[in-house]
Design a binder for this molecule. Sequence first.
Ligand code: SF4
Length: 268
Amino acid sequence: MKQKQQGYSAAFITLESGDITASQLRAVADMAREFSAEGRIRTGFVQDIVFRWVKDEDLAKLYAKLLEVGLANSGALTMASVVGCSGTTSCNLALTNSHRLAKEVQRKFLELKLDEDDDLRDSTIKISGCPNSCGQHEIATIGFYGGGGRLGKDMYPLYTMSLGGRADGNSMLGLITTKVPTKRVIPTILKIIEIFKSEKRSGEVLDSWINRVIEGSGGPKIKSINDIKELLKPVVAPPTIEQDPDFYVDYGNDGIYHAKTGRGECAA
Ligand code: SF4
């Protein structure tokens, strides 16, 4: 991104759920000293890293160095840069592995090249592993917080999905829309994008379309959030454990899902 100071740019490095290794951090420190005129990096609001004051003529060299250490992922500052809190990877309050789910969604977006889709610009996906908001889900265009669902005696991981959250001049919390089983989160997001593509007005982006529907000005076919919920029903319907055992296993786990929490270790 160009800075207002002529000849300088800011470079945003997207990470998977904010993860970075110690050796990558050492490499980033070296790069900051070599390429940033302020000699330091900043961590961003969406689990990213920002190099400021990079001379325009050094951008290609910086990119090559990032590539060497596996930090040149595409999709920074796009909907593909999904935020996920630590979830069950380290948080005792977590009900689901939001950290891993955010990575899975990001990888699918990059695989489908959705980071290059201008219709999705300014839209966000943010995921928390419980109703607390460390994953910022309430201000996401599509937000999720973790919980547990049950079919008969069998439990499965799921998320409550909200739509239309935003943190701009018209800030609002997302509208709780429906429950989405963990293993149906990616199909649900893709279905919402498919519906949007068939409904959007010329030049309209996803974020604006969702807010238009929430305000009751949708159309031609999708007039309200309830219409979106109806179309999502087949996507989110749970199969039995015999039909699909993997549905009952959270990402990053081997065993059947059980909701269990302990003492919290984060700010919540
Ligand atoms: S308490 Fe915070 S970090 Fe832990 S799962 Fe909930 S939202 Fe995530």
